[in-house]
Ligand binder design. Structure first.
Ligand SMILES: Nc1ncnc2c1ncn2[C@@H]1O[C@H](COP(=O)(O)OP(=O)(O)OP(=O)(O)O)[C@@H](O)[C@H]1O
Ligand SMILES: [Mg+2]
Length: 352
């Protein structure tokens, strides 16, 4: 007879799970309809799309690497959409945006009373993604103890809720992404090498936009069209000077930066012809500076590096969050990430 209570409890739990899953699905559908097209025809992008088509139908773990704004999440979504898991949830987790002491509970859930503030049992993202795909963005930011739990999920397909004693079986495909060099993180002792090899079963590297400039005109056209429609404007052309500028700029923030520049320009545009405000593209180092002597731009870069390093030192290597370096410097997280990358700063050196 005890089984009746168990069945009822189970039914309640599945209901809770379903509710959560439909929320996750609704979020996914929302985002998906906004930006599900991968635009571009360069060889480098075609190679990525070929890899996606090969790996999507399998259950293999994928590790997507690439600079900020290069389309890693877009590719992760494409993998899910082209898999037989597509009717189920795609749950995206930005490991860098969640405070370190909450990440285990966020991923694996917690039992009531497992820590101060845990007033209710809560399902984690893995349970919400059951049958579907979980996207672990910025996986390099996971604390070491959570890395061990993730390794167990990948090896044994099971985990425990925080404060729980029961192992929960899971059927979730893991797609992870990072804009950090995980091998450097391994060398610095902040990332487990066994987890790296488990994640890196099928690596996909997103090429930066400056290495596939052929894609710029079609991306520009795509974004102008989309933004103009949203803004209720009719833009029919683009002047050559603007297109040349867009094509020669190195795009440290990649496609996200391009998208933002176009969006701003469309808002400002008052004619049928799209034109670009040059001041929105930060000045580039002057190529003709003498090789031996450090020029103004190198000096500027060195000064920028010092400022960023000192903010990282103060925030013990954290970029995001209220006490992170981005907040200290008063700049966007993506801007700081791309600066860290372009100035070749190793943020791990500043970790506590
Ligand atoms: N090939 C593409 N075609 C159309 N839109 C794109 C393309 N690549 C990226 N985008 C758009 O650019 C933006 C950034 O892409 P995405 O979020 O996938 O980058 P990311 O690599 O995950 O960045 P981050 O490292 O900062 O998280 C998104 O709005 C995405 O829709
Ligand atoms: Mg991302």
């Amino acid at each position: 007879m005890a089984s009746v209570a168990v069945i009822m409890a189970d039914a309640k739990q599945s209901e809770e799970k379903l509710k959560h899953e439909s929320v996750a699905l609704a979020e996914e559908i929302d985002k998906g309809s906004m930006c599900d097209e991968i635009v571009g025809s360069s060889g480098a992008l075609q190679k990525v799309l070929f890899l996606v088509s090969k790996v999507a139908p399998t259950d293999v773990t994928v590790l997507i690497t690439g600079e900020t704004g290069s389309g890693k999440e877009l590719v992760a979504r494409a993998i899910h959409r082209r898999s037989r898991r597509s009717p189920r949830a795609f749950v995206s987790v930005n490991c860098a945006a969640i405070p370190r002491d909450l990440i285990a509970s966020e991923l694996f859930g917690h039992e009531k009373g497992s820590f101060t503030g845990a007033l209710q049992r809560r399902l984690g993202r893995f349970e919400l993604a059951e049958g579907g795909t979980i996207f672990l963005d910025e996986v390099g930011e996971l604390p070491l103890e959570t890395q061990i739990a993730l390794l167990r999920v990948l090896q044994e397909h099971e985990f425990e809720r925080v404060g729980g004693t029961r192992s929960i079986q899971t059927n979730v495909r893991v797609v992870a992404a990072t804009n950090r060099d995980l091998r450097t993180a391994i060398a610095a002792g902040t990332f487990r090498s066994d987890l790296f090899y488990r994640l890196n079963v099928f690596p996909i590297e997103m090429p930066p936009l400056r290495e596939r400039r052929e894609d710029i005109p079609v991306l520009v056209e795509y974004f102008i069209d989309r933004c103009a429609r949203n803004a209720g404007k009719d833009i029919r052309g683009i002047n050559k000077k603007s297109l040349d500028l867009l094509q020669s700029y190195p795009w440290p923030g990649n496609i996200r930066e391009l998208q933002n520049v176009i969006e701003r320009s469309v808002i400002m545009c008052e004619t049928e012809n799209f034109s670009l405000d040059e001041t929105w593209l930060p000045q580039q180092p002057v190529a003709s500076e003498s090789k031996g002597q450090p020029g103004f731009s190198q000096k500027l870069a060195a000064r920028g590096k010092e400022i960023i390093e000192s903010a990282l030192r103060e925030s013990e290597g954290r970029v995001f969050g209220p006490s992170g370096a981005a907040a200290k410097l008063g700049i966007a997280r993506s801007t700081l990430e791309s600066k860290i990358q372009s100035l070749k700063i190793n943020k791990n050196l500043f970790r506590a």
